[in-house]
Design a protein around this ligand. Structure first.
Ligand code: ZN
Ligand code: ZN
Length: 161
């Protein structure tokens, strides 16, 4: 077993999750695609290439277990699906309305940084900030399109980072 898998095994053991091969592969996928904030379907589809017998239910149940143990965070920015984030620390997300990608966005936030935790006696334990707009790449490609309209640049709609 390589060191990376050993490390993943320890992460699961430490949280009381039995490190089965499929769970390890799901964790490995999340660590490789952390910035994509994938859906359960995206993870399942990709893992099928390696493990043809893995079911969507297994992936779903595993992610739920990861969520319960605080190993991942569920990002519900689109309102219709949960996107999974291995970075479970408090941070904000940005959804591009053009290409649909979800990225981490750094905005000054005393709550996310843990500097402020109480508002009128209410203690804040989790911070989820959602921002929506047009990402830098889409803005740039729109500018390019208007500059040289004869060159069409296709966007697949698949988030690539
Ligand atoms: Zn975009
Ligand atoms: Zn994130």
């Amino acid at each position: 077993m390589n060191t990376k898998l050993k490390y993943f095994k320890k992460i699961l053991n430490d949280r009381g999750i039995k490190p089965t091969y499929q769970r390890l592969k799901i964790l490995e996928y999340l660590s490789k695609n952390m910035k994509n904030h994938p859906t359960v379907e995206m993870i399942h589809e990709e893992l099928l290439k390696d493990i043809p017998i893995i079911s969507l239910t297994t992936v779903y149940n595993t992610l739920n277990a990861f969520l319960e143990k605080g190993l991942v965070d569920g990002v519900t920015i689109t309102g219709t699906e949960t996107r999974y984030d291995l970075d479970a620390s408090s941070h904000h997300h940005f959804l591009c309305k053009e290409c649909g990608k979800i990225i981490d966005i750094e905005v000054p936030c005393a709550f996310a940084e843990g500097e402020k935790t109480v508002v009128r006696g209410n203690r804040i334990e989790e911070v989820h900030g959602y921002f929506k707009g047009i990402c830098k790449e889409c803005t740039d490609s729109f500018k390019n399109k208007t500059k040289k309209s004869n060159i069409s640049r296709s966007k697949t709609g698949q988030p690539n980072r």
